[in-house]
Design a protein around this ligand. Structure first.
Ligand code: NAD
Length: 322
Protein backbone atom coordinates (compact mmCIF):
# COMPACT_ATOMS: atom_id res chain seq x y z
CA UNK A 1 0.00 0.00 0.00
CA UNK A 2 1.45 3.39 -0.99
CA UNK A 3 1.31 5.61 2.09
CA UNK A 4 3.56 8.34 0.75
CA UNK A 5 0.73 10.75 0.08
CA UNK A 6 -1.94 12.11 2.37
CA UNK A 7 -4.81 14.57 2.69
CA UNK A 8 -7.60 12.12 1.94
CA UNK A 9 -11.23 13.03 2.13
CA UNK A 10 -12.45 15.13 5.00
CA UNK A 11 -9.76 17.06 6.87
CA UNK A 12 -9.86 16.04 10.52
CA UNK A 13 -10.48 19.01 12.83
CA UNK A 14 -12.92 17.64 15.42
CA UNK A 15 -12.37 14.44 17.34
CA UNK A 16 -13.97 12.49 20.17
CA UNK A 17 -12.20 10.55 22.91
CA UNK A 18 -14.44 7.76 24.19
CA UNK A 19 -13.11 6.47 27.53
CA UNK A 20 -10.79 8.98 29.18
CA UNK A 21 -8.70 6.87 31.57
CA UNK A 22 -4.91 6.51 31.36
CA UNK A 23 -4.82 6.33 27.57
CA UNK A 24 -7.91 8.34 26.60
CA UNK A 25 -6.87 11.44 28.57
CA UNK A 26 -3.38 11.20 27.01
CA UNK A 27 -4.91 11.18 23.52
CA UNK A 28 -7.05 14.16 24.49
CA UNK A 29 -3.93 16.02 25.68
CA UNK A 30 -2.28 15.39 22.31
CA UNK A 31 -5.31 16.29 20.17
CA UNK A 32 -5.97 19.50 22.12
CA UNK A 33 -2.37 20.69 22.08
CA UNK A 34 -2.32 20.15 18.31
CA UNK A 35 -5.30 22.52 18.01
CA UNK A 36 -8.15 20.04 17.41
CA UNK A 37 -11.62 20.38 18.95
CA UNK A 38 -11.92 17.49 21.41
CA UNK A 39 -15.13 15.95 22.72
CA UNK A 40 -14.72 13.83 25.85
CA UNK A 41 -17.01 11.01 26.93
CA UNK A 42 -16.69 8.34 29.62
CA UNK A 43 -19.28 5.92 31.00
CA UNK A 44 -18.11 7.01 34.46
CA UNK A 45 -19.00 10.73 34.81
CA UNK A 46 -16.45 11.30 37.61
CA UNK A 47 -13.73 10.20 35.15
CA UNK A 48 -14.44 13.27 33.02
CA UNK A 49 -13.56 15.58 35.93
CA UNK A 50 -10.44 13.53 36.64
CA UNK A 51 -9.42 13.65 32.95
CA UNK A 52 -9.83 17.43 32.72
CA UNK A 53 -7.60 17.88 35.79
CA UNK A 54 -5.00 15.46 34.41
CA UNK A 55 -5.01 17.05 30.92
CA UNK A 56 -4.42 20.47 32.47
CA UNK A 57 -1.59 19.07 34.60
CA UNK A 58 -0.06 17.37 31.52
CA UNK A 59 -0.17 20.60 29.52
CA UNK A 60 1.30 22.66 32.35
CA UNK A 61 4.06 20.12 32.80
CA UNK A 62 4.87 20.18 29.06
CA UNK A 63 4.95 24.00 29.09
CA UNK A 64 7.16 24.09 32.19
CA UNK A 65 9.66 21.88 30.31
CA UNK A 66 9.49 24.08 27.15
CA UNK A 67 7.93 21.24 25.17
CA UNK A 68 4.97 23.45 24.23
CA UNK A 69 4.55 27.22 24.41
CA UNK A 70 2.87 28.55 27.56
CA UNK A 71 0.02 30.06 25.48
CA UNK A 72 -0.81 26.58 24.17
CA UNK A 73 -2.03 25.51 27.63
CA UNK A 74 -5.09 27.76 27.75
CA UNK A 75 -5.70 27.42 24.00
CA UNK A 76 -5.71 23.61 24.33
CA UNK A 77 -7.94 23.66 27.42
CA UNK A 78 -10.42 25.78 25.47
CA UNK A 79 -10.73 22.96 22.91
CA UNK A 80 -12.07 20.40 25.40
CA UNK A 81 -15.77 19.70 25.82
CA UNK A 82 -17.24 17.04 28.12
CA UNK A 83 -20.36 15.06 27.19
CA UNK A 84 -22.73 12.94 29.26
CA UNK A 85 -24.03 11.17 26.17
CA UNK A 86 -21.89 9.05 23.85
CA UNK A 87 -24.18 9.82 20.92
CA UNK A 88 -23.84 13.60 21.46
CA UNK A 89 -20.05 13.32 21.79
CA UNK A 90 -19.55 11.57 18.43
CA UNK A 91 -22.38 13.06 16.37
CA UNK A 92 -20.36 15.86 14.86
CA UNK A 93 -16.72 14.72 14.65
CA UNK A 94 -14.43 13.39 11.93
CA UNK A 95 -12.39 10.98 14.06
CA UNK A 96 -13.24 8.92 17.15
CA UNK A 97 -10.56 7.38 19.37
CA UNK A 98 -12.10 4.74 21.63
CA UNK A 99 -10.02 3.92 24.75
CA UNK A 100 -12.43 1.97 26.97
CA UNK A 101 -11.74 -1.39 28.61
CA UNK A 102 -9.81 -4.04 26.70
CA UNK A 103 -12.70 -6.38 25.99
CA UNK A 104 -14.39 -7.51 22.79
CA UNK A 105 -17.85 -7.07 24.25
CA UNK A 106 -17.19 -3.50 25.47
CA UNK A 107 -15.53 -2.46 22.21
CA UNK A 108 -18.11 -4.14 19.97
CA UNK A 109 -20.91 -2.44 21.88
CA UNK A 110 -19.24 0.98 21.61
CA UNK A 111 -18.35 0.57 17.93
CA UNK A 112 -21.94 -0.40 17.11
CA UNK A 113 -23.35 2.65 18.91
CA UNK A 114 -20.75 5.06 17.51
CA UNK A 115 -21.23 3.73 13.97
CA UNK A 116 -24.96 4.38 14.32
CA UNK A 117 -24.56 8.14 14.86
CA UNK A 118 -21.12 9.38 13.75
CA UNK A 119 -20.93 11.10 10.33
CA UNK A 120 -20.40 8.51 7.56
CA UNK A 121 -16.95 9.89 6.71
CA UNK A 122 -15.67 9.70 10.31
CA UNK A 123 -12.99 7.16 11.21
CA UNK A 124 -13.66 4.99 14.26
CA UNK A 125 -10.38 3.95 15.88
CA UNK A 126 -9.68 1.86 18.96
CA UNK A 127 -6.62 2.14 21.22
CA UNK A 128 -6.78 -1.62 21.86
CA UNK A 129 -3.44 -3.13 22.87
CA UNK A 130 -3.94 -6.38 21.03
CA UNK A 131 -7.55 -7.21 20.08
CA UNK A 132 -8.33 -8.00 16.44
CA UNK A 133 -10.21 -5.36 14.47
CA UNK A 134 -11.84 -8.08 12.30
CA UNK A 135 -13.67 -9.23 15.44
CA UNK A 136 -14.71 -5.71 16.53
CA UNK A 137 -15.87 -4.28 13.21
CA UNK A 138 -18.36 -7.14 12.70
CA UNK A 139 -20.62 -5.25 15.12
CA UNK A 140 -20.91 -2.24 12.78
CA UNK A 141 -22.80 -1.52 9.56
CA UNK A 142 -19.79 0.38 8.15
CA UNK A 143 -16.78 -1.78 8.98
CA UNK A 144 -14.66 -0.10 6.29
CA UNK A 145 -14.10 2.95 8.54
CA UNK A 146 -12.99 0.98 11.62
CA UNK A 147 -9.32 0.52 12.51
CA UNK A 148 -6.99 -0.09 15.44
CA UNK A 149 -4.77 2.92 16.18
CA UNK A 150 -2.68 1.59 19.05
CA UNK A 151 -0.75 4.23 21.00
CA UNK A 152 2.01 3.82 23.55
CA UNK A 153 1.71 5.21 27.01
CA UNK A 154 1.70 8.19 27.41
CA UNK A 155 0.07 8.83 24.01
CA UNK A 156 0.89 12.55 24.09
CA UNK A 157 4.62 11.76 24.20
CA UNK A 158 5.51 8.35 22.76
CA UNK A 159 5.80 8.63 18.95
CA UNK A 160 4.74 5.11 17.86
CA UNK A 161 1.21 4.28 16.77
CA UNK A 162 0.38 0.89 15.27
CA UNK A 163 -2.33 0.91 12.62
CA UNK A 164 -4.06 -2.45 12.37
CA UNK A 165 -6.80 -2.79 9.76
CA UNK A 166 -9.31 -5.62 10.01
CA UNK A 167 -10.49 -7.78 7.09
CA UNK A 168 -13.14 -5.20 6.18
CA UNK A 169 -11.19 -1.96 6.81
CA UNK A 170 -10.80 0.08 3.62
CA UNK A 171 -7.47 1.18 2.23
CA UNK A 172 -8.74 4.77 2.38
CA UNK A 173 -9.29 4.48 6.15
CA UNK A 174 -5.72 3.22 6.62
CA UNK A 175 -4.35 6.05 4.48
CA UNK A 176 -6.42 8.73 6.20
CA UNK A 177 -5.52 7.45 9.68
CA UNK A 178 -1.86 7.28 8.64
CA UNK A 179 -1.73 10.84 7.34
CA UNK A 180 -3.68 12.10 10.38
CA UNK A 181 -1.16 10.47 12.72
CA UNK A 182 1.74 11.90 10.75
CA UNK A 183 0.12 15.33 10.97
CA UNK A 184 0.03 14.90 14.76
CA UNK A 185 3.78 14.17 14.71
CA UNK A 186 3.42 10.45 15.44
CA UNK A 187 5.48 7.61 13.93
CA UNK A 188 2.87 5.29 12.38
CA UNK A 189 3.48 1.68 11.33
CA UNK A 190 0.96 -0.49 9.47
CA UNK A 191 0.39 -4.19 10.06
CA UNK A 192 -0.12 -6.18 6.86
CA UNK A 193 -1.62 -9.11 8.81
CA UNK A 194 -3.58 -9.10 12.04
CA UNK A 195 -1.82 -10.77 14.96
CA UNK A 196 -2.70 -10.54 18.67
CA UNK A 197 -0.48 -7.95 20.38
CA UNK A 198 0.47 -6.36 17.03
CA UNK A 199 4.24 -5.66 16.77
CA UNK A 200 5.37 -3.54 19.70
CA UNK A 201 3.64 -5.48 22.48
CA UNK A 202 4.84 -8.81 21.11
CA UNK A 203 8.40 -7.52 21.18
CA UNK A 204 7.86 -6.01 24.62
CA UNK A 205 6.37 -9.13 26.19
CA UNK A 206 9.03 -11.38 24.63
CA UNK A 207 11.69 -9.38 26.48
CA UNK A 208 9.53 -9.13 29.62
CA UNK A 209 9.02 -12.91 29.81
CA UNK A 210 12.78 -13.38 29.81
CA UNK A 211 13.25 -10.59 32.38
CA UNK A 212 10.67 -12.20 34.70
CA UNK A 213 12.28 -15.61 34.23
CA UNK A 214 15.80 -14.38 34.98
CA UNK A 215 14.54 -12.97 38.28
CA UNK A 216 12.49 -16.10 39.02
CA UNK A 217 15.53 -18.34 38.40
CA UNK A 218 17.60 -16.18 40.75
CA UNK A 219 20.07 -15.17 38.01
CA UNK A 220 20.01 -11.53 39.17
CA UNK A 221 17.94 -9.09 41.18
CA UNK A 222 15.05 -7.35 39.44
CA UNK A 223 16.95 -4.07 39.79
CA UNK A 224 19.98 -5.52 37.94
CA UNK A 225 17.80 -7.08 35.22
CA UNK A 226 16.23 -3.63 34.71
CA UNK A 227 19.68 -2.02 34.44
CA UNK A 228 20.88 -4.70 32.01
CA UNK A 229 18.04 -3.68 29.71
CA UNK A 230 17.95 0.12 29.95
CA UNK A 231 21.69 0.79 30.18
CA UNK A 232 22.61 -1.79 27.51
CA UNK A 233 20.42 -2.80 24.56
CA UNK A 234 17.66 -0.41 25.55
CA UNK A 235 19.64 2.80 25.17
CA UNK A 236 20.17 1.98 21.47
CA UNK A 237 16.57 0.91 20.92
CA UNK A 238 15.46 4.54 21.30
CA UNK A 239 16.68 5.17 17.78
CA UNK A 240 17.25 1.81 16.05
CA UNK A 241 15.69 -1.62 16.19
CA UNK A 242 17.37 -4.96 16.91
CA UNK A 243 18.20 -5.71 13.26
CA UNK A 244 20.13 -2.49 12.62
CA UNK A 245 21.74 -2.80 16.06
CA UNK A 246 23.05 -6.26 15.19
CA UNK A 247 23.94 -5.21 11.62
CA UNK A 248 26.31 -2.67 13.14
CA UNK A 249 27.53 -5.33 15.58
CA UNK A 250 28.53 -7.59 12.66
CA UNK A 251 31.42 -5.35 11.56
CA UNK A 252 31.93 -4.72 7.84
CA UNK A 253 30.07 -7.95 7.01
CA UNK A 254 26.98 -6.59 8.77
CA UNK A 255 23.94 -8.68 9.63
CA UNK A 256 24.81 -11.41 7.09
CA UNK A 257 28.17 -12.02 8.77
CA UNK A 258 26.59 -11.92 12.21
CA UNK A 259 23.95 -14.49 11.31
CA UNK A 260 26.45 -16.83 9.62
CA UNK A 261 29.22 -16.61 12.17
CA UNK A 262 27.64 -15.66 15.46
CA UNK A 263 23.97 -16.62 15.01
CA UNK A 264 24.70 -20.22 15.99
CA UNK A 265 25.81 -19.09 19.45
CA UNK A 266 22.38 -17.64 20.05
CA UNK A 267 20.79 -21.10 19.66
CA UNK A 268 22.30 -22.01 23.01
CA UNK A 269 20.65 -18.95 24.60
CA UNK A 270 17.31 -19.61 22.90
CA UNK A 271 17.29 -23.23 24.07
CA UNK A 272 17.82 -22.05 27.66
CA UNK A 273 15.29 -19.23 27.59
CA UNK A 274 11.77 -19.11 29.07
CA UNK A 275 8.99 -20.59 26.93
CA UNK A 276 6.02 -20.46 29.30
CA UNK A 277 2.79 -18.86 28.11
CA UNK A 278 1.31 -17.83 31.44
CA UNK A 279 3.26 -16.09 34.18
CA UNK A 280 4.29 -18.60 36.88
CA UNK A 281 3.06 -17.55 40.36
CA UNK A 282 6.62 -17.50 41.70
CA UNK A 283 7.76 -15.15 38.89
CA UNK A 284 4.82 -12.81 39.50
CA UNK A 285 5.47 -12.71 43.27
CA UNK A 286 9.19 -12.01 42.85
CA UNK A 287 8.53 -9.27 40.27
CA UNK A 288 5.96 -7.51 42.46
CA UNK A 289 8.32 -7.67 45.45
CA UNK A 290 11.34 -6.71 43.33
CA UNK A 291 9.65 -3.56 42.01
CA UNK A 292 8.87 -2.42 45.56
CA UNK A 293 12.53 -2.87 46.49
CA UNK A 294 13.90 -0.75 43.63
CA UNK A 295 15.71 2.33 45.01
CA UNK A 296 13.86 4.68 42.65
CA UNK A 297 10.44 3.21 43.47
CA UNK A 298 11.13 3.46 47.20
CA UNK A 299 12.20 7.11 46.94
CA UNK A 300 9.26 8.54 44.93
CA UNK A 301 5.47 8.53 44.95
CA UNK A 302 3.71 7.07 41.90
CA UNK A 303 2.96 10.55 40.54
CA UNK A 304 6.60 11.57 41.07
CA UNK A 305 7.67 8.51 39.09
CA UNK A 306 5.38 9.55 36.22
CA UNK A 307 6.97 13.02 36.23
CA UNK A 308 10.45 11.50 36.37
CA UNK A 309 9.57 9.32 33.35
CA UNK A 310 8.02 12.18 31.38
CA UNK A 311 10.97 14.47 32.07
CA UNK A 312 13.35 11.87 30.59
CA UNK A 313 10.99 11.26 27.67
CA UNK A 314 10.81 14.97 26.86
CA UNK A 315 14.62 15.25 26.89
CA UNK A 316 14.86 12.23 24.56
CA UNK A 317 12.12 13.46 22.25
CA UNK A 318 13.77 16.86 21.95
CA UNK A 319 17.05 15.13 21.06
CA UNK A 320 15.68 12.53 18.67
CA UNK A 321 12.66 14.24 17.10
CA UNK A 322 13.50 17.94 17.53
N1 NAD B 1 -2.47 1.50 29.76
C1 NAD B 1 -1.64 1.30 28.74
O1 NAD B 1 -0.41 1.31 28.88
C2 NAD B 1 -2.21 1.12 27.35
C3 NAD B 1 -1.37 1.39 26.24
C4 NAD B 1 -1.91 1.33 24.94
C5 NAD B 1 -3.24 0.97 24.76
N2 NAD B 1 -4.02 0.69 25.85
C6 NAD B 1 -5.43 0.36 25.59
O2 NAD B 1 -6.21 1.52 25.81
C7 NAD B 1 -7.51 1.13 26.26
C8 NAD B 1 -7.78 1.84 27.58
O3 NAD B 1 -6.84 1.43 28.54
P1 NAD B 1 -6.50 2.32 29.83
O4 NAD B 1 -5.22 1.81 30.34
O5 NAD B 1 -6.66 3.75 29.50
O6 NAD B 1 -7.69 1.85 30.81
P2 NAD B 1 -8.36 2.68 32.01
O7 NAD B 1 -9.03 1.68 32.86
O8 NAD B 1 -7.39 3.64 32.63
O9 NAD B 1 -9.45 3.58 31.25
C9 NAD B 1 -10.57 3.03 30.63
C10 NAD B 1 -11.68 4.06 30.70
O10 NAD B 1 -12.75 3.62 29.88
C11 NAD B 1 -13.96 3.91 30.57
N3 NAD B 1 -14.99 3.03 30.05
C12 NAD B 1 -15.21 1.72 30.30
N4 NAD B 1 -16.26 1.28 29.60
C13 NAD B 1 -16.72 2.31 28.88
C14 NAD B 1 -17.81 2.50 27.99
N5 NAD B 1 -18.63 1.49 27.68
N6 NAD B 1 -17.98 3.71 27.43
C15 NAD B 1 -17.13 4.73 27.73
N7 NAD B 1 -16.11 4.63 28.60
C16 NAD B 1 -15.91 3.43 29.15
C17 NAD B 1 -13.66 3.71 32.04
O11 NAD B 1 -14.57 4.39 32.88
C18 NAD B 1 -12.23 4.28 32.11
O12 NAD B 1 -12.25 5.66 32.43
C19 NAD B 1 -7.51 -0.39 26.35
O13 NAD B 1 -8.04 -0.93 25.18
C20 NAD B 1 -6.03 -0.71 26.49
O14 NAD B 1 -5.71 -2.00 26.02
C21 NAD B 1 -3.55 0.78 27.14
Amino acid sequence: MDLSFGGFGVEIGRVACVGVGTIGHGWATLFAMKGLEVNLYDVEPSKLEWALRRIEANLEFLASRDYIESGTVSRALGKLKSFKSLEEAVRDVEYIQESAYESYSVKRGLFRRIDGVAPRSAIIATSSSGLLMSEIQKATSNPDRCIVVHPWNPPHLIPLVELVPGDMTSEETVKRAYSFMERLGKVPVVLRKEVPGYIGNRLQVAVWREALDLVDRGVASLEDVEKALYAGPGIRWAFMGSNLTLHLGGGEGGLKYLIEHLGGKYSEYWRDMAKWTSIPDSAAEKAVEGIKEMELVKSKSFQELIEWRDEKLIALLKLLYK
